[in-house]
Design a protein. Structure first.
Length: 385
């Protein structure tokens, strides 16, 4: 895999072969074997359930348990879990071998930076971050090995680049920045005259989707926060390598140290599905506090809503929760976001599905009430202070 920027680890031939195998295995399991699970669920699994209960499965829990008892589904789940492990193991080979070069590049970029990185040693990790390794990435997003450790950020960037180049061309390929372009497109479509001067990106990890904000709002000051120090160090150098000025700050999106009314625009991208429900409520309240009057919030996340899914789709949406350390997916599927936003005092709510796009200037796509099959979509929850 060619490097997308100077901070990305290089790859030698043997590593590339192992990474290609791990990615191909996961994509085959997901796109071929996984898609065949629908007919298996609607056929043998449902018939077995009906024989036992004299009715078909009626809830997500019943459907999930029925599938979990079936040997082909057990095999598929086990293989998917192992393919995820293989993917991260193959990424670690390159990250650990090329660590001296990546560290030297960080030192060089940090010494000549236009942006900044501000860390808060001793920041308490939220339990939903600290308790497990999300997506089975070893060490998760926050584990700090000491010094100017970059490993978590390097792992996340490299692994995400591998995965997204295979799953969707509109997700940004190796830069993995499609969500940032999509949220810009949402803003251009719904608030065409809006020109924020100060923007906050919550839960930025390594800043892939922060940088499109720099492109599309060139006059704005961009601040990006996350709880993971290694991700923020890496994000800072990554932004510098790609020619963007961003101020990265270690902070918990539930409660930051910024003054009231600090920002015109607050966004997040796939942050909420990593949080428990009380944290989501607090993030919306904090977003409201931090916005100037008339400011806009736009939180983007995975497009999973139980009310728009059949039982098989519901089980597919929550597979990651039970097998890939994504504990709060099912909760996200059930959240009343309109109620959450209104409780935080937001008005002019816009909630729906935004198509993933690469060029928000040329591609204007309105929000949809329901997901569509004409491309990849994201859920957006937005409002005005």
């Amino acid at each position: 895999m060619p490097k997308a920027h100077d901070m990305m680890a290089s790859v030698v031939t043997d590593e590339q072969a192992r990474q290609d195998y791990a990615l191909a295995l996961r994509m085959h399991l997901y796109k071929v074997y996984g898609m065949s699970m629908r007919s298996f669920f609607e056929g043998p699994v449902t018939r077995r359930f009906e024989k036992k209960h004299r009715r078909p499965p009626q809830t997500h829990s019943e459907a999930r348990r029925a599938l979990d008892e079936a040997a082909p589904y057990k095999f598929w789940s086990a293989m998917m879990r192992d393919a995820q492990r293989q993917l991260w193991d193959s990424v670690a080979d390159s990250i650990d071998r090329d660590r001296p070069t990546v560290t030297a590049t960080y030192d060089r970029l940090h010494a000549n930076a236009r942006g900044s990185v501000t860390l808060k040693p001793g920041l308490k990790m939220p339990v939903y971050i600290d308790a497990l390794d999300h997506h089975c990435m070893p060490g998760g997003y926050h584990t700090d090995l000491g010094g100017d450790d970059l490993r978590a950020g390097a792992m996340y960037d490299f692994g995400g680049a591998m995965y997204m180049r295979a799953i969707s061309t509109t997700s940004g390929g190796q830069l993995n920045d499609g969500r940032g372009h999509s949220i810009a497109g949402f803003l251009f479509e719904n608030w065409p005259g809006f020109k924020p001067t100060r923007i906050l990106d919550m839960g930025c990890t390594v800043g892939q989707n922060t940088l499109p904000l720099c492109q599309h709002f060139p006059g704005a000051e961009i601040v990006a926060i996350d709880v993971g120090a290694p991700c923020l160090r890496y994000a800072h150098a990554r932004a510098e390598a790609l020619g963007h000025k961003v101020h990265f700050v270690q902070a918990n999106a539930e409660k930051t140290d910024f003054p009231d009314g600090s920002f015109d625009l607050i966004v997040s991208q796939i942050m909420m599905h990593e949080m428990n429900r009380p944290a989501i409520d607090r993030v919306f309240r904090e977003s409201y506090r931090l916005l100037k009057p008339g400011g806009i919030v736009a939180h983007l996340d995975v497009p999973f809503r139980f009310e728009h899914m059949d039982l098989f789709e519901q089980v597919g949406a929550t597979w990651e929760q039970y097998h890939n350390n994504e504990t709060f997916i099912e909760g996200l599927c059930r959240v009343d976001f309109a109620g959450v936003a209104r409780a935080a005092s937001f008005r002019e709510l816009k909630i729906g599905y935004q198509k993933s796009i690469r060029d928000p200037i040329k591609e204007r796509t309105p929000l949809k009430d329901r997901p569509s099959t004409d491309g990849r979509y994201w859920l957006i929850v937005s409002g005005v202070k």
